[in-house]
Design a protein around this ligand. Structure first.
Ligand code: SF4
Ligand code: SF4
Ligand code: SF4
Length: 269
């Protein structure tokens, strides 16, 4: 029986559809793709759910015949645009993988400089490098699904792929990281003298950083209806500077649209 025929494979008795998937990267550190390859104990299960036809970090074979494209990285060059549009055309579903793809990630920090040639020279010296302003995938093509995080959490990627394979809807947490942090019985880092964006950041990482005694930097972007004014108040009350707050809010680009709306901006702080 063709393994792509419904009924050929099942998971908990539910017929599995095994989609052809491809992984691509643009401007990124490739850490999100590495997450997918990490943790060998679940890798075989993951690979049984999908047929990987393109994954430069893991295999040499390449094919344009795929249904789901996982795209990591932000867009910084003209030839990136052409390549991304081709991927979009080939894929039924395009998934933005990680904060670089969703928000511009740490790369978007360079957009803060008025003179991008200055940035280019600082980083690459006199080498003739083509590197323009940072754009998200969504600024170029339609994105069907976003998987947040810098890096993405492997368990979340696997869960999403499983849901696609069995046709179950995908629901992302709307609540903030603090909810997971409390569930994991951590002492709040503010009590230990460390700043944290957990109150305004989208959960889903299972409070990865606070679990390891490091404050959240907001890599997954904002939770639903985040109260940035209250976040600012807490930071100041706990003795952290406005600059510390701004550094964190700006780091991955997830909060940029909210800051532009005037909740918190450089003038404000
Ligand atoms: S989101 Fe983070 S881990 Fe993923 S590619 Fe970008 S910089 Fe690397
Ligand atoms: S450590 Fe951070 S995430 Fe945890 S409760 Fe405190 S503010 Fe929230
Ligand atoms: S705790 Fe914050 S910075 Fe750390 S992984 Fe979660 S969302 Fe990202």
């Amino acid at each position: 029986m063709d393994e792509r025929e419904p009924g050929a494979r099942t998971y908990l008795g539910v017929p599995l559809y095994r989609p052809k998937v491809a992984f691509f990267e643009f401007t990124s550190c490739e850490g999100c793709q590495l997450q997918v390859l990490n943790k060998e104990d679940t890798l075989l299960d993951f690979l049984s759910l999908v047929e990987v036809v393109n994954f430069r970090e893991a295999m040499t074979e390449q094919s344009d015949d795929y249904e789901i494209a996982f795209v990591e990285g932000s867009i910084t060059r003209d030839d990136d645009v052409k390549r991304l549009k081709k991927i979009r055309k080939n894929a039924k579903v395009l998934v933005a993988l990680g904060s670089c793809a969703c928000f511009g990630g740490v790369n978007q920090l360079k957009n803060r400089f008025k003179d991008l040639n200055f940035v280019k020279t600082e980083v690459y010296g006199r080498h003739p490098i083509d590197s323009g302003p940072v754009r998200t995938l969504e600024e170029i093509v339609k994105v069907d699904l976003k998987i947040y995080g810098c890096p993405v959490k492997k368990e979340e990627v696997e869960k999403i792929v499983l849901h696609i394979a069995i046709g179950k809807s995908i629901v992302f947490p709307k609540y903030p990281v603090c909810m997971e942090c409390k569930r994991n019985e951590n002492i709040c880092l503010f009590e230990l003298g460390e700043p944290c964006l957990g109150p305004v950041t989208r959960a889903g990482c299972d409070s990865w950083c606070p679990d390891n005694r490091a404050g959240c930097w907001g890599c997954r972007g904002p939770a639903d209806d985040p109260n940035l004014d209250q976040m600012k108040k807490i930071m100041l009350e706990k003795g952290f500077s406005e600059e510390t707050l701004l550094d964190r809010l700006e780091c991955f680009g997830g909060f940029s649209s909210l800051m532009k709306k005037g909740n918190v901006n450089e003038k404000d702080l």
